[in-house]
Design a protein around this ligand. Sequence first.
Ligand SMILES: [Zn+2]
Length: 66
Amino acid sequence: MSQQTFPEPPIDLPIDGWLYEAHPVSGCRECAAAMRELSQAKQAGDASRRFEASRRVRSHPHRGEK
Ligand SMILES: [Zn+2]
């Protein structure tokens, strides 16, 4: 009999962490827009939109940075 003593923890892939990670630059309008999108997507539970938004924060050239 194989009885599982410990319930399996919900798998939260650590790799997802950086996918959704965003480091907005303050004063950058593009960042602000992307972060708004990110929080909306998070509330909506839309993972691919979250990913797109955080990628947008990471990949665009930041203005307002000197
Ligand atoms: Zn930016």
